[in-house]
Ligand binder design. Sequence first.
Ligand code: CP
Length: 302
Amino acid sequence: MAKKSLISIGDFTKDEILHVLETAKEFEQNKVQNFLEGKVIASLFFEPSTRTRLSFETAINRLGAKVIGFSDASNTSQSKGETLKDTIKMVSNYVDMIVMRHPLEGSSRYASEVASVPVVNAGDGANQHPSQTLLDLYSIMQTQGTLDGLTINMVGDLKYGRTTHSLLQAMSHFKTKFIFTSPDELKMPKEYKAFLDSKGIKYEETDSLEEHLNDCDILYMTRVQQERFTDPMEYERVKDVYRLTASMLDNVKPGMKILHPLPRITEIDQDVDDTPYAYYFKQAENGLYVRMAIISYLLGYR
Ligand code: CP
């Protein structure tokens, strides 16, 4: 089988996406699978992470493979000036797959071109986070029973929020209507709107969280990405722009679910956690099953 990486959600066809979601369902029912015994997978995190790293590493363990890597690049030879190219070429010689998070947009694509083994992009700057997208799709399917014909309201930092960029691209396969709720400074970038225009997919933009709260199936909340701002004053201006509270949910659709890639800061009040609409902790759990499925698929086992 030719080497296949997952760098952008666009690397997977609709059929491949649905296949991974089906396999994840199998793994949710049976979490212990040992068919990757003897394999070694590298987990290279050049940027902080809780969920993505730990769920990938758990997935690797649950599949019977071993994991090597780092969660802090300052302890590696990068601090002595080693290039990303040399690091990836070296690690390629040790392992069967590389999972990598890096702050630079395009770094994962570059790594996949240099590596002799499959690479999974675990987030590259403000660009893409495709494994998050697959777990988002899995959670949407789990809660709505379908991916087709839904209204998704994306809220918050749509400029730097890589999860919204990947999700938008993936949902374009499924006749989605989008609402983009953001302040002016954090609007969905033009290239993603042009992508939707080219596919004839409808979207509306607003700066009011209340405006479309009651007519969406999925409320996809996001954190304002402090680490991507070059101007700290701009971050201060927008950081608390939205705060969802339980009292705002009185008239939402009964089946509406709130997703959030997490971590959250102040954009979802803790009183929302106890409502039937909160799904973000289950969404994070789903990351384990979906990442098991991604690894299995890329290594040619499912
Ligand atoms: N959703 C997500 O990427 O979380 P972490 O940054 O904790 O991995």
